[in-house]
Design a protein around this ligand. Sequence first.
Ligand SMILES: [Fe+2]
Length: 476
Amino acid sequence: MTSAQPVTRSPYLAGNYAPTAEEHDLDLEVVAGAIPDDLRGVFVRNGSNPRFAPEGRYHWFDGDGMIHAVHFTADGARYRNRWVTTTGFEAEREAGAALWTGILEPPDLSRFPQVFKDTANTDLVWFNGELLALWWLGGDAYRVSLPDLETLGTEDFAGTLTSHIAAHPKVDTATGELLFIDFDPIPPYLTLGVVAPDGRVVRSESIDVGGPRLQHDLAFTDDYAIVFDFPFMWETTATANRLRFHRDRASRFGLVPRSGTADDTTWFETDPCFMYHVANAWQEDGIVRLIGCEISDPLVDDPDSPGDRRAAPEIAMLRLEPYLTEWVFHLDSNTITKRRINDEIAEFPKIDVRRTGRPTRYTYLMRFAPLETLAFDAVIRHDLATDTTASHPWPDGWYGGETVFCPRQGSTAEDAGYLVTFVVHEATGESEVHVLDAARVGDEPVCRLSVPVRVPTGYHTWWVPEADLRASHRSG
Ligand SMILES: [Fe+2]
């Protein structure tokens, strides 16, 4: 791109957001407590880690995907990090320089259909015996080996996949299905897909949301997939690529029957908002309950903002002031009731994913530090049964990443497990892995392990139990 502007200094290239240039395989030293005997498996975390100096203005979401993993075994814990070697990553490696600009620059139509680089940098999911790395804008699902983190290629589900897959597909452990969305600035603006347990796409259907929308997640219950039509819209032209928030339009939540078609979707309307992440959703008598993190004022420099803003972190034009919120969809009256569950500015909600789509009592959230950039100063556990919160602040000067819930080996009870995350000292880059008892979040960590290299701040996590890993190797 010769038309790109000079690189704008981004806070997300400095401090602990700065990428690492190295890939490592290292044994970890326990510095406090002990690795629990019933914690066996691989903790994985994706993130943005540009291999080359970015072309044009940099957005934190632009960097190449890099996965960091900790494998807990009877012999100890081993850390690895590897780039996801996407086709874009390989093309730039061959060129020896960045070839793509990022989302703050106009789309490079000469690179159609990959006008922005598919980095697979956002999310991870374990489905059908393999780990998939996914991209927030919707791209290929990259298969990644465990525990080695080698990129194995893209998953096309035996040739049945006809769309891309966006971040945050959801596994239904009851049916063995994978539900996913894809979205585009051109029709079809939103696609809902389902992969059957045999690894073939059995549903791929466009959902009418009327135009380009920023999408980031979906939810499901026993009978419904839940999709979103928030008034947070892309305006992408040959010369611009920006978002607008339309306060004069409703937010729409679509309940799409899992056994029907998109034509049978029931839409529920409520106040304009945006939501990046769902915690969970499920059905009760006559209602569907959805728990997620609502943002009602999602744009920096929004001339129509009501102005009563708490300080909140920003990522370029994105303003992050989320609150854990419950939407109840009343199926008989087609109405919504909504309530804010928690007044902490917190996001990245996690649950025991074996319960996705079914009732859950506990949500684990990352509380935002009072900084201009996104950093988590505590993990909090919200108990929906009592509407009470327990918190675990990270030590002064340290920030944690997204935690993942790891069930105790052999246990099926909710909350019987551990929360695992990377925790990094802001000033020194000193990095650790912390293991908390999920049922006693406020206690000292069960175990702390020292990582001898800096682990940059990243995004989403997953936990692959050792039993799943072994079963996958036997079948594979
Ligand atoms: Fe996300």
